[in-house]
Design a protein around this ligand. Structure first.
Ligand SMILES: CC(C)(COP(=O)(O)OP(=O)(O)OC[C@H]1O[C@@H](n2cnc3c(N)ncnc32)[C@H](O)[C@@H]1OP(=O)(O)O)[C@@H](O)C(=O)NCCC(=O)NCCS
Length: 271
């Protein structure tokens, strides 16, 4: 007799199996009228405060992302950040970036101009375990230059706040985490303004085998969020997660800029 499929019990695994509609209902708008201070309710529309141009906002998991949307996201990364990659130890590798961007379960939040349907920005994320901590990992956030500038638009904080909303509504997660190149001063300034700080797992310079000095060219940042899961929820689910499926892993030798793996082992660091 075939083995019966076990329903997942780990909250992160459950979250990663949800459809996009379920994910939005359960983690982006479960209690829209009663959100803690600073937590942003989900919205599918945004209007530029100065130009009045209207934009749509959609959440879609990577398996449902159309090829044109994927290409538009890829091109935006290339446009805004290729130089940072090229100047880093990891370099720019389109093939590896593509594999990382197609990590199973990754969710994209796409911002498109309503009239033209052109992609103007996006962020991507996954509930996952990083160094044993349950987190929402923000893989990417990129805006077209014309939409950058908080004073001008406020779009980037809106997108980051969606990450915080999901984290808030998905115990045992208590933080949003991301990786930023040290060369990206604008990015670092932006995250700092929003309350991100260097996470305890962020690598520091260290001497590797054979006396080679490893100097990280990126920083892991995190922001704690209000935890709705109750005391003890974190430890419990973390223990469960250790033995279960680890979402976001096994993607091969991703040179993820924004999802660093192997942080602890010095020469295994990837950016
Ligand atoms: C990162 C990003 C999403 C932030 O959005 P944004 O709308 O530009 O954010 P803000 O303008 O609110 O914040 C940027 C801060 O950096 C400052 N800044 C602007 N240009 C800068 C520059 N060239 N160097 C350093 N700081 C700069 C801004 O003044 C602002 O700080 P202030 O409000 O104290 O003045 C956006 O800049 C972007 O898409 N960048 C390209 C992709 C990227 O780097 N993604 C992040 C990868 S980790």
């Amino acid at each position: 007799m075939p083995k019966r499929q076990r329903a997942p019990t780990n909250p992160l695994e459950v979250a990663n199996r949800k459809t996009d509609d379920e994910f939005i209902t359960d983690y982006l708008q479960p209690d829209a009228g009663n959100l803690p201070p600073g937590v942003q309710p989900w919205t599918t529309a945004w209007t530029h405060p100065k130009t009045g141009t209207e934009y749509t906002i959609n959440l879609v998991r990577v398996e449902n992302l159309s090829e044109p949307d994927f290409s538009a996201c890829f091109q935006l990364i290339e446009q805004t950040s290729r130089t940072d990659y090229e100047n880093s130890t990891a370099g720019w590798n389109a093939k590896k970036k593509t594999i990382e961007m197609k990590s199973p379960g990754l969710r994209y939040i796409l911002v498109k101009e309503k009239d033209t349907a052109a992609l103007e920005g996006f962020t991507s994320l996954m509930p996952t375990y990083e160094a044993g901590q349950p987190v929402i990992y923000c893989y990417e956030i990129h805006l077209q230059p014309s939409l950058q500038g908080q004073v001008t638009t406020g779009l980037a904080p809106l997108l980051i706040n969606f990450h915080c909303t999901i984290a808030t509504n998905l115990p045992p997660i208590t933080k949003v985490m991301l990786t930023c190149f040290l060369a990206n001063q604008r990015g670092l300034n932006f995250y700092s303004k929003l309350g991100f700080e260097t996470d305890e797992i962020s690598p520091v310079p260290r001497l590797l085998r054979y006396g080679k000095l490893f100097t990280p060219d990126y920083r892991i940042l995190s922001k704690p969020v209000w935890a709705g899961g109750g005391e003890g929820a974190g430890a419990e689910a973390e223990a469960e997660g250790e033995g279960g499926e680890r979402w976001g892993r096994g993607v091969g030798s991703s040179d993820s800029c924004w999802r660093c793996e192997g942080v602890g082992d010095g020469d295994g660091v990837r950016v």
